[in-house]
Design a protein around this ligand. Structure first.
Ligand SMILES: Nc1ncnc2c1ncn2[C@@H]1O[C@H](COP(=O)(O)OP(=O)(O)OP(=O)(O)O)[C@@H](O)[C@H]1O
Ligand SMILES: [Mg+2]
Length: 328
């Protein structure tokens, strides 16, 4: 694709119809992170004096054009940013410039700045979070997911590094590079999600849908309590084995019919509740996580149902607490 075509595409994708910002409008501070396509910087605008995060991606302006994942991220963030959900990272502007003698297009995405990603936050706090804080973080995560799913968007790359958190404990879901609007597509690529948070159906290369995000949520909620990944396998081949070893091998009727691997290739480990592997969970969260980690994706809770679960729903929690005084 010619450079001018890319430029034109980016111009059309820019969030603001008026003057797009330019790099000269920003004062640069430290690097906040690095990802597959570029670097994220902490910046301050010289125009409105607000602090932002600026994600910069340099893309070779070659015959293949801009990678699908980048275009996807921008168009999805742009369409949902307009609605301003408190638990979705807001995109404030997109602008671009040609660099290195027009050989590259540098795409700049200006987003809200957050204090940490959840991975760094959990790694650096001195001790496990109290139950009410785990609940507050988990509920916000599910509110964000519920919003995405209600707009037919599957995130597909939920992991603690892609969940941002602020000092005031506000949670924002970020990084839609692997998201996809699923209303008009059926065949998805299987190269999604970081290994540890990948659902069994994705690992088995069978049909998957928004319930794969719920599997990842189950893994992440467990990790919020224990600060340890639930299924930290070394490679793709070991990922399924580790899941089965830890929570049991699926029963024959829960094995996806279109799976590329036979169930008999795995040993039969007995089914277990998450309570048996993560001692840091409160009892009500165990039930919710177990329902997020159902092998049959049709039996998994939806994000909306999870938000109505007695662990997260304030009214139900009160009733349940009155009945069982020592549940928490
Ligand atoms: N708005 C932000 N505020 C604070 N830190 C951020 C922000 N956006 C990103 N980061 C940091 O930068 C890291 C990489 O950002 P991001 O996930 O958007 O990049 P990526 O290229 O899509 O990464 P990957 O594909 O590896 O997941 C995040 O894990 C986080 O640590
Ligand atoms: Mg990321």
């Amino acid at each position: 694709m010619e450079v001018y075509k890319l430029e034109d595409m980016m111009n059309r994708m820019s969030c603001r119809r008026q003057e797009p910002p330019q790099l000269e409008h920003f004062q640069f501070f430290q690097q906040l992170g690095r990802g597959a396509y570029g670097v994220v910087h902490h910046v301050r605008s010289k125009i409105d004096h607000q602090e932002y995060a600026l994600k910069q991606m340099e893309i070779i302006s070659g015959p293949d054009g801009i990678p699908q994942s980048v275009l996807r991220e921008i168009s999805i963030m742009k369409s949902i940013s307009v609605k301003r959900h408190p638990n979705i990272l807001g995109l404030r502007a997109v602008f671009h410039r040609l660099v290195r003698e027009n050989a590259y297009v540098q795409i700049n995405m200006l987003v809200e700045k957050c204090d940490w990603d959840l991975y760094t936050f959990l790694r650096d706090i001195p001790k496990n979070l109290p139950e009410h804080q785990c609940r507050h973080i988990s509920a916000q995560l599910l509110h964000g997911i519920e919003f995405l799913h209600s707009h037919n968007i599957i995130h597909r790359d939920l992991k603690p590094q892609n969940i941002l958190i602020n000092r005031d404990q506000t949670v924002k879901i970020a990084d839609f590079g692997l998201s996809r609007n699923y209303s008009n597509t059926s065949a998805f690529t299987t190269l999604v999600c970081t290994l540890w948070y990948r659902s069994p159906e994705i690992l088995l290369q069978s049909y998957y849908d928004s319930s794969s995000d719920i599997w990842a949520v189950g893994c992440i909620i467990s990790e919020i309590f224990s600060r340890q990944a639930l299924f930290p396998a070394q490679n793709e081949a070991d990922q399924l084995k580790l899941i089965f070893q830890r929570i049991g091998t699926p029963l024959p009727h829960d094995w996806p019919q279109d799976a590329v691997v036979d169930k008999d290739s795995f040993k039969c480990w007995p089914l277990k509740s998450i309570a048996q592997i993560n001692p840091f969970l409160c009892q009500a969260s165990v039930d919710l996580i177990d329902r997020c980690l159902k092998y049959n994706r049709l039996e998994r809770l939806s994000a909306r149902q999870a938000l109505e679960h007695r662990w997260l729903c304030p009214q139900k929690r009160r009733v349940f607490q009155n009945l069982n005084t020592n549940q928490y």
